[in-house]
Design a protein around this ligand. Structure first.
Ligand SMILES: [Zn+2]
Ligand SMILES: [Zn+2]
Length: 77
């Protein structure tokens, strides 16, 4: 297929842009459209947040950044 190289080249360029708008989870290192983020730059995806909720939050309203220890709101992002 001749379209294949063109498509992959185009996809490569688009990937770069997607990477900019997406967040990389600091836990599983995958990129997501949405991540919980801390002001220090730490980001965690919903799946990892859910998995680590027992260690990240004690009240379900705020979560503690494991990097800098800042409290971040759960609901308003
Ligand atoms: Zn993750
Ligand atoms: Zn932080």
């Amino acid at each position: 297929m001749t379209d294949d190289t063109q498509a992959s080249r185009r996809r490569k360029r688009r990937d770069k842009r997607i990477q900019n708008s997406r967040r990389q989870c600091h836990c599983c290192f995958q990129t997501f459209m949405f991540c919980w983020r801390c002001r220090c730059g730490f980001a965690i995806c919903q799946a990892c947040m859910h998995e680590n909720a027992w260690g990240m939050t004690c009240n379900g309203i705020t979560w503690t950044c494991p990097d800098c220890g800042a409290q971040n709101g759960y609901g308003n992002q």
